[in-house]
Design a protein around this ligand. Structure first.
Ligand code: HEC
Length: 172
């Protein structure tokens, strides 16, 4: 009598199939866990500690600031001295400036600290330089005085608040 007709002998293919199913069931939880771990998480937004701003406080808040002469003068000064590299709304011109509407560096610094920064700038050889492009002292205009830089800071504070969706900027 041939082997294949022996009823006591198990079918080797059935055994293999059972083993494959068992193997699959054992690896399934591993696959699920791996998929859960690999699930891409949205990057956490950078944590920003907003510095207290003297120009905003003295104006009586952001709404009052954007309606003030300080804001209007700052916008003028910014357009004259800074937009060539930073764009009208601080959005940065490619390969020239840096986005200062969303700048964490600015948001976390007091007005005095931002003033000190603008006076010095950040040269390409400064280890803190991130773009490989010069931020010239006072944007390259040595005639800018403290009062004018303060106006510019008021405008930058408004640009940042606008970028955070906190305030509308006056047209023009
Ligand atoms: C010639 C181009 C140029 C001009 C003009 C210029 N900037 Fe800049 N600025 C830069 C560059 C480039 C950087 C980025 C430097 C770096 O890589 O860290 C920068 C950086 C800055 C930063 C820091 C941003 C950050 O997140 O680190 C501030 C604030 C800033 N500029 C303000 C001003 C103001 C205000 C004016 C006008 C008075 C001005 N800049 C004019 C090129 C310019």
């Amino acid at each position: 009598m041939a082997n294949s007709s022996n009823p006591t002998r198990r079918d080797p293919y059935a055994l293999r199939a059972v083993m494959l199913v068992a193997l699959f069931l054992l690896t399934l939880p591993g696959i699920i866990i791996a998929a859960l771990i690999a699930e891409p998480k949205p990057p956490a937004p950078p944590k920003v500690e907003l510095a207290e701003s003297a120009v905003v406080r003295e104006a009586g808040g952001m709404e009052a600031l954007v309606a003030s002469d300080l804001y209007r003068q700052g916008r003028q000064q910014f357009i004259t001295n800074c937009t060539a590299c930073h764009g009208e709304h601080g959005e940065a011109k490619p390969n020239l400036g840096k986005d200062i509407a969303h700048s964490k560096f600015v948001a976390e610094r007091t007005d005095d600290e931002v003033m000190a920064y603008i006076k010095v700038g950040r040269r390409v050889n400064d280890p803190l330089n991130t773009t490989g492009v010069d931020m010239p002292p006072k944007g390259g205009n040595p005639a800018l005085n403290d009062a004018q830089i303060r106006q510019i800071i008021a405008y930058i504070r408004a640009l940042q608040a606008h970028a955070r969706g906190e305030v509308e900027l006056p047209a023009g």
